[in-house]
Write a protein that binds this ligand. Structure first.
Ligand SMILES: [Zn+2]
Length: 290
């Protein structure tokens, strides 16, 4: 007898980490926050272009705004709300979790949530860390998020990787017992290929792998009863954005296939119905609005 279909069968969530081209992490030549304002921003044009792509497909997505971006481009938050998308937080200053103290992390997470709620007029329930940088070194992570007023997180990479990664974490969405309130975790989607856990569904991985493989791996995840979490950054549909100095291997990872990413997103949105984290949380756990 075949197993009963899971609630998550064939569900995909689409998410955008709303930041600029100079927010690539952990490179020695990366500009500090004190220099960001002087750099030529490309996020407005690129994010509005993504919103048009979502409108074409009648897709509603989760937009994890960097607080620093939302502060400078409040109309981008408001335009996303007007088009029915979910506003969530990517923190304020794009710092790696494992480089912050518990108190610094809490302040950053609270600051961005408060700002995004003021700008959007909506409750902000979700958080995604810079670089999926949750590790064993930040055991306070879920408690701090709950204290800062969040209800769910999508920051855990459930395998080894460059920035962070929690190899011990479950691959399916699950609840955590943060401070007795609970934070629901939607991990980055990984799936085994040749015995190795890999992500095909966002950032450099999505740019690198051909669409047929992304499609096949997405179906495998759905067959395992898990939702697929897609993610993208606005700079990834902008082949002409300025480049930061970095090593050849990072350069490849950061800039490979920028010119084919939009067409790939178009195919994903054509073939996979997508939703927001908030809608998925409400579907699986009832009303979550504060
Ligand atoms: Zn980021």
């Amino acid at each position: 007898m075949s197993p009963a279909p899971s609630q998550n069968e064939s569900i995909s969530v689409f998410s955008v980490d709303v930041e600029d081209w100079f927010h690539i992490l952990d490179i020695p030549g990366g500009p500090p926050i004190s220099e960001w304002s002087a750099l030529p921003s490309r996020v407005e044009k690129n994010f509005l272009h993504l919103l048009d792509l979502f409108s074409k497909h009648r897709a509603q997505v989760t937009c994890f705004f960097l607080g620093w971006i939302a502060e400078r481009f409040p109309h981008l938050v408001q335009e996303a709300v007007a088009r029915g998308h979910e506003i969530a937080s990517h923190g304020y200053a794009h710092r790696l979790v494992y480089e912050m103290s518990h108190a610094e992390f809490y302040e950053d997470a609270l600051r961005s949530r408060s700002m995004l709620e003021d700008l959007s007029g909506c409750p902000v329930l979700g958080y995604r860390s810079a670089g999926f940088s949750v590790t064993e070194a930040s055991p306070w992570f879920f408690d701090a998020l709950a204290d800062a007023g969040y209800r769910y997180d999508s920051s855990v990479f459930p395998a080894a990787r460059g920035h962070g990664g929690l190899e011990s974490s479950r691959r399916s969405p699950h609840g955590t017992a943060a401070n007795g309130q609970g934070i629901f975790e939607f991990p980055v989607t990984v799936v085994d290929l040749f015995g190795k856990p890999l992500c095909f569904f966002g950032g450099g991985y999505l740019r690198l792998f051909p669409y047929w493989l992304i499609q096949r791996m997405s179906r495998r995840v759905h067959n395992e009863g898990r939702p697929v979490v897609f993610y993208i950054h606005p700079r990834e549909i902008d082949p002409l954005h300025p480049r930061l100095p970095m090593s050849p291997s990072r350069r490849f990872k950061s800039y490979v296939n920028l010119d084919t990413t939009e067409a790939k997103l178009d195919l994903i949105l054509t073939q996979f119905p997508v939703t927001t984290f908030r809608a998925l949380l409400e579907k699986t756990h009832g009303a979550v609005v504060r």
